[in-house]
Write a protein that binds this ligand. Structure first.
Ligand code: ADP
Ligand code: MG
Length: 699
């Protein structure tokens, strides 16, 4: 039996049964999430090398691109140059070569003396000597083959137990029997139209390319497939929302529109008008609205939300508005109260503090239809709450909610759904993480916003900044002080010395820096009631300074707070800095944001730099994506999508567009994927998404 398995492999065969693998390596593969032959095929190289045969050092000429194999004789990290360099001397039997890497600190532990190295790059004259700068390199293991064919080809992400060359050897000996097992997903016409290389061939080439052209085609094919399957999943998800239970179509004729507008003490901006137009058009349909509204902090999304909610109420439906935290839920409620003073619309706030009989009474009224608008936190999603006639769900700060939570809302009934986020979402993410939603954007904030001046403050300028803040506090302006952590004694952190903590700084600021002012403290571990009281006191001007952690991150709106200090600003991400700064500049007067930071870290410096230059959320988001790469910013799993193993949503944006168009078109024509040519796609989707897409009959 075992023998037969060894002879006839399938995509499901465990890798350990492959010749040359065995149980020990099988286990090592398991740690890389590679269990079957199918997994192994999708264990893609991280790079491909096309190297010429190595030459001897004495034969190297200036301006030649060459390969050299040598032993590391000396290493030297030189951090104090204008551009820090890591320098080594590489030796073979015929001579020495100086090799340098700019900013090469990361190499200190990799390239110790005695290691055997293959370097590939251009040799140049530098001070009468040949040297190589920033060459590609491979550290050669003792038992690793040294022939030229051993260097060229795929480079695999490796572990201590499984070196790249070992994986390569296994791939090479099995690829001929493995690659043909892969099914083609598309028919010939489709592949031809999109110029797709055959899928089995793509797998063979990706693991052992003939040349760079063929490799490029193979990569394109496999990336396309991955993106196509992701988009097909999104298209299906969208299809099910649209064709599941219908929503209640809502009308918003002139009388209703007038009645709603009367509530706003200002003229709506053009962007607000446009978005309201889109929302109203969606809500008029029987297909449930499924729309994402993005707009920077302070751009006026709440007004759009309220407009939509009042439209629902005018159509005798209930609306819920949900925020990620209680503070924000309360604030939404208070804002709404401001606009709805004297209105007959019945609204209720449900948060954790409201319990027992009181809560029961409210729930009962929601059930009988005696409440029109309910404001609360995510708890409203999870709950025990029955609505008489829920017509609209609004979720604020969507990026804090998972897709699954979103999906959970849809059980039983189909309300229209509007999700809002102040995190500007780059186009790529809008097409992936939120790829099943329609997207509206508010680009320009309402007029009359004060300027926000942002400065990066170095340690020697701290006192100057504090004096400045003191002057403005005297003039009755308020300030936020934001810290990266609550306590200085958080466990498991050894290098905490330079990190300031909210609790300590609160005491210090109150007793020694600003004794003449009132300082308050707010952080996530405080009881809800206390948080509420502190926020209320700050809002009412009873506190001058609010010391806080990132809990004030989203949505808080206090126009008189015109100053913000962010301590250890280098420790915050760009999106977070931008969000935090959005708390100020909300009134007419000029605001000031001070980023206190001491750092030489390159990306931290670019983050601080862009913050001082731009207030445009989209510009900042694009920068963020470039600095961090999509991997960190966008974890597919977190969004309920399968992992991307080869495609990169930023670099492969054009391909993503193509795949998206094709996938949505296919689902439009064959939403159950039951047509014969789509059977394999259906199978792949079930493999990737499981039962989530409704392609499998459960039970
Ligand atoms: P967001 O929710 O997008 O952060 P808000 O809806 O809270 O922004 O609006 C921020 C502030 O701007 C609020 O005080 C709001 O009353 C005000 N505002 C909203 N729309 C307008 C407008 N068209 N003209 C003037 N002020 C507006
Ligand atoms: Mg808001």
């Amino acid at each position: 039996m075992a023998e037969q398995q060894a002879n006839q492999i399938t995509l499901e065969t465990p890798v350990q049964f492959l010749k040359g693998v065995g149980p020990a390596r099988g286990k090592a593969f398991g740690e890389l999430d590679v269990r079957t032959v199918g997994d192994l095929l999708e264990y893609y190289p991280r790079d491909w090398v096309f190297l010429p045969e190595p030459v001897q050092i004495c034969d190297v000429r200036a301006n030649q691109t060459v390969c050299i194999v040598g032993i590391v004789e000396q290493t030297d990290w030189q951090p104090y140059r204008k551009i820090p360099i890591f320098e080594i001397t590489l030796a073979d039997e015929t001579g020495l070569m100086r090799v340098v890497w700019f900013h090469g600190r990361y190499l200190i532990n990799q390239l110790e003396p005695g290691k055997v190295l293959l370097v590939h790059g251009k040799a140049k004259k530098y001070k009468y000597q040949l040297q190589m700068s920033n060459p590609k390199f491979i550290v050669l293991q003792e038992d690793q083959p040294r022939g030229p064919e051993a260097f060229s080809g795929p480079v695999y992400p490796a572990t201590a137990k499984l070196q790249s060359w070992q994986i390569k050897k296994i791939m090479r000996s099995h690829i001929d029997e493995m690659a043909p097992l892969v099914p083609e997903l598309f028919d010939e016409a489709f592949s031809k139209k999109n110029e797709l290389m055959a899928r089995p061939i793509a797998f063979r080439q990706i693991h052992g390319p003939d040349d760079e052209d063929t490799l490029a085609q193979a990569k394109r094919r496999l990336k396309y497939d991955e993106l196509f399957l992701m988009q097909a999943g999104l298209a299906l998800r969208r299809y099910h929302v649209q064709h599941g239970n219908p929503a209640i179509p809502m009308r918003c004729e002139e009388t209703i529109d007038h009645r709603i507008r009367r509530r706003f003490p200002f003229i709506l901006t053009e962007d607000q008008e446009n978005v309201i137009g889109e929302v109203v058009a969606d809500m008029a349909k029987e297909i449930p609205m499924n729309r994402l509204l993005q707009g920077d902090v302070g751009s006026g999304k709440t007004v759009v939300a309220l407009y939509a909610a009042l439209t629902a109420v005018a159509n005798k439906c209930q609306a819920v508005i949900m925020a990620p935290t209680e503070i924000l839920a309360r604030q939404h409620y208070q804002n709404m109260e401001r606009f709805l003073k004297g209105s007959r619309v019945k609204r209720e706030l449900i948060v954790g503090g409201i319990t027992g009989k009181k809560r029961q009474a409210v729930l009962e009224r929601i059930k009988t239809g005696d409440v029109d608008i309910v404001v609360g936190t995510v708890a409203l999603l999870q709950g025990d709450i029955d609505y008489a006639n829920l017509g609209l769900v609004i979720i604020d700060e969507q990026h804090k909610f998972g897709v699954h939570q979103r999906a959970g809302l849809r059980k039983g009934r189909s309300p229209h759904c509007l999700v809002m986020t102040a995190t500007p979402i780059p186009r790529t993410l809008a097409m992936t993480a939120f790829g099943d939603l329609d997207v509206s954007v508010i680009k320009h904030s309402p007029p009359g916003r004060g300027e926000v001046i942002t400065r990066w403050v170095q340690p020697h300028d701290r006192n100057k900044a504090m004096d400045f803040i003191r002057q403005r506090l005297k003039a009755k302006k308020q300030a936020y002080f934001v810290y990266p952590r609550i306590d200085s004694e958080e466990p498991g952190d050894s290098e905490k010395t330079d990190i300031r903590a909210a609790v300590d700084e609160y005491h210090r600021l109150q007793s020694t820096v600003f004794p003449e002012f009132k300082v308050g403290l707010l952080h996530g571990q405080m009881p809800t009631e206390e948080k509420k009281d502190i926020m209320a006191a700050f809002r009412a001007g009873k506190l001058d300074v609010l010391v806080s952690t990132v809990v004030i991150e989203v949505g808080v709106d206090i126009p008189n707070a015109t100053m913000m200090v962010i301590e250890n600003a280098n420790r915050f991400g760009l999106a977070q800095l931008h969000q935090l700064r959005g708390r100020i500049g909300r009134g007419q007067s000029k605001s000031y944001c001070f980023l206190f930071a001491e750092t030489e870290d390159e990306t931290a410096v670019s983050r601080l730099d862009i913050m001082t230059r731009s207030r445009d959320g989209f510009e900042i988001a694009e920068h963020d994506l470039k600095l961090r790469g999509p991997g960190e910013l966008f974890s597919t799993r977190q969004h309920g999508l399968p992992d991307l193993k080869i495609a990169n949503i930023v670099e492969d944006f054009d391909l993503l567009n193509l795949a998206r168009r094709d996938a949505f078109a296919m689902i439009q024509i064959d939403p159950t994927l039951t047509q014969k040519p789509h059977a394999l796609i259906r199978g792949e989707l079930i493999k990737r998404f499981g039962t989530k897409l409704g392609l499998v009959d459960v039970g």
